[in-house]
Design a binder for this molecule. Structure first.
Ligand code: HEC
Ligand code: HEC
Length: 223
């Protein structure tokens, strides 16, 4: 009996404990999808022609996507996220969250449901290979945001905002999109999965959110 209780406690800790929030996208993506990604990525890294072909395929598949996400995934409208230069594992992780309905956004769910495994992988690699044309930002607010950014954000997204290892790249995103995301997390009204983000943004005032958003946008300058 004691053993069963102990085993249950361990199981509960494993499911709900800090592991849930160990946010490595690699640990969350279904094994089959991850394997397909690593296979294709390895082929493309070894063979530049394969990479060119993959990018052409991705660009073709993304024609419709770019009406909202901008040319080659650099968003040119304020409330849409850029996908260019994004971490490919972050993208893959988001695709499968949209496809499964875990993350909700009308259009994105309908689109992602139709993706094949190969399309998800191709689109992730294609967007990750594009260089981001960063968004416009207010330099004064960006400067004010550097302190709260260093204090609250660098730990996971890096001092350059480039993320990596499954963490989202945030540098150069549209300030309006960034503000919306932070507010969404702060209000708790979001279908984004539970993560440390929920706790962190609670410490931010409206002013912090405004300045941090511009600071993050400014990190995309010339990248
Ligand atoms: C009608 C506009 C629209 C179209 C078309 C569209 N998207 Fe989106 N997409 C959005 C919006 C809006 C969001 C942000 C959702 C949110 O705020 O949670 C988004 C989010 C995303 C994200 C998550 C980005 C992040 O930083 O978390 C990815 C990845 C994505 N879209 C990929 C695609 C792909 C691939 C296509 C084409 C097959 C596509 N989108 C087509 C509007 C669109
Ligand atoms: C302890 C780690 C951690 C810290 C610190 C952190 N984040 Fe995040 N952030 C995450 C994780 C994990 C996600 C992705 C969650 C998911 O998969 O849905 C994320 C997602 C985001 C996104 C959504 C990206 C997109 O493209 O939609 C933004 C924007 C963001 N964080 C900004 C910030 C800012 C600004 C700060 C500082 C105020 C911050 N984060 C601090 C872990 C962190």
């Amino acid at each position: 009996m004691r053993l069963i209780i102990q085993a249950t406690v361990v199981a509960v800790l494993l499911v709900y404990g800090p592991h849930v929030w160990s946010q490595h996208a690699e640990e969350r993506i279904p094994a089959e999808l991850l394997e397909a990604f690593h296979d294709l990525e390895a082929q493309a890294t070894e063979n530049p022609e394969r990479m060119d072909h993959l990018i052409a395929e991705g660009r073709d598949r993304a024609r419709f996507c770019n009406t909202c996400h901008g040319p080659d995934g650099s968003a040119d409208r304020p409330n849409y996220p850029s996908l260019a230069g994004q971490d490919p594992l972050y993208l893959l992780d988001q695709f499968q969250q949209f496809a499964s309905g875990e993350r909700e956004k009308e259009w994105m769910n309908v689109l992602a449901e139709q993706f094949t495994t190969e399309e998800m992988v191709t689109l992730s690699i294609y967007y990750s290979q594009m260089s981001l044309v960063g968004a416009d930002f207010d330099p004064e607010l960006a400067e004010q945001g550097s302190m709260p950014y260093a204090r609250y954000c660098t730990q996971c997204h890096g001092s350059d905002g480039l993320g990596g290892e499954g963490y989202a790249r945030i540098a150069g995103q549209q300030p309006v999109y960034l503000k919306n995301v932070l507010r969404e997390y702060r209000s708790g009204e979001t279908s984004r999965r539970p993560s440390e983000m929920h706790g962190i943004v609670r410490a931010l005032s409206d002013r912090d959110i405004e300045s941090v958003a511009h600071h993050v946008a400014s990190l995309g300058k010339n990248r």
